[in-house]
Each structure stands twice: as C-alpha cells, then as structure tokens.
Design a protein. Structure first.
Length: 206
C-alpha cells in the first residue's frame, strides 16, 4: 500500500451505488403511483393546469425512473471498474471473519420499507420523499452503508474482517465475490474508502 493514500469512490460512483440500493423501492413507487392515478392518463390538451396535474400525480415516478435508469447503468459501470482495478490490490492475511450479509435485511427494514406506507399523490408528499432521500444519501456516502446494499447482496458477500498487513493488525468492511471466505486466508484487497474494501475471489486474484 502506498503510504497514507486512500483510494476512494468519486461522487458519481457513490451516487450510483446509493441509487442501486433504492432501486427496489423506486420500482414499487413507480408502479404504485401509476396504478393509483391511471385515470388521470387521459390526454385533454396541453394546458398549464393539465401539466401541473400530471406532475403532481406522476412527477415523482418520472423523476425516480430517470434517476433509476442512470443509477443502474452507473452501478454496472462502477462495479466493472472496481473489479478491474481490484487486481492491483495489496495482499493481507485474514485473522477473523464475520459475515455481514444479514445487514442488508436491516437496511431494507430501516431505510426502504417505511417509504412504502407513504402517499405519493401530492406535491408535498413527493417533495418530502425526495428531501428524505437526499438526507439519507448524505449519511450513506459517509458511512459503511455504501456497502450495505440489497442489490450488491445478490452477487457479493459482505464481511467484517480483521487482517494483518506487514505485521500490523487492522480491520475493515469488505464486499467480495468469494462467498466462503475463511480465517487465515491469504487474500488481495483493494481500498475503496476508509476501512472499506473490495475483494476478488482468490481464483480471480491468481
């Protein structure tokens, strides 16, 4: 590892990871808002009142659809880039492993499910949702939540590890393509934030 330099995800990568963690919620909100307001999808000419009504009923769904599409493509690109640069990670020896995959369930219960019981049929409700998502985003990018992602859990395992590097014992949170990481394993990790790491499976490191 090079001195005190810390590799860190840039703002766009952090944003796309955040969006990907909320994609299930976005899809449900879009479906719900369109299904509840389907009767308003009647063309009655282009008027100011008509445009205001349309955006009050479908504005949130449209915004989330655009953000979701951008987030999905950005998420795929970000993970692809991380996997490529992770080959340049540094070797460490794992001393202790704690599986953290269950954290994704807690994330869903705390940060996603409560939104499902909100109304999305007015300007105030839509603004409130976007405001709360903005607040959560600021917390998300400055914490380990950036790796606690339901979508990531489909492909990656999440671990809290204690490891030794050059005789020093350290710890951190990692996501890995290796679903069966064991104690005393010799691995190669790549830093993506403060005490946040990416690990390719040992076979991919070879």
């Amino acid at each position: 590892m090079n001195g005190n330099q810390i590799n860190s995800l840039h703002g766009l990568a952090q944003f796309t990871l955040f969006v990907s963690s909320y994609l299930p919620l976005f899809i449900l909100i879009i479906i719900r808002q369109f299904s509840e307001n389907i009767d308003f999808l009647n063309w009655a000419g282009l008027t100011f009142d008509g445009v205001c009504l349309f955006f009050s009923k479908f504005g949130l769904a449209i915004i989330l659809l655009i953000i979701g599409i951008i987030g999905w493509f950005g998420y795929s690109k970000t993970l692809g880039n991380i996997q490529e640069v992770a080959k340049n990670g540094y070797p460490v020896t794992v001393k202790d492993v704690k599986n953290k995959n269950s954290e994704a369930i807690g994330y869903i219960a705390t940060y996603i499910i409560p939104f499902l019981f909100q109304s999305f049929n007015g300007w105030y409700e839509c603004f409130s949702i976007l405001f709360l998502l903005t607040v959560i985003y600021k917390i998300y990018i400055n914490s380990s939540l950036i790796l606690i992602n339901p979508l990531l859990s489909f492909k990656y395992a999440i671990y809290e590890i204690e490891y030794t590097e050059n005789g020093k014992t350290k710890n951190g949170l990692i996501i890995s393509t290796d679903k069966y990481l064991q104690d005393d394993a010799r691995i190669k990790i790549y830093e993506i934030g403060h005490k946040l790491y990416f690990l390719l499976s040992n076979n991919q490191n070879e």
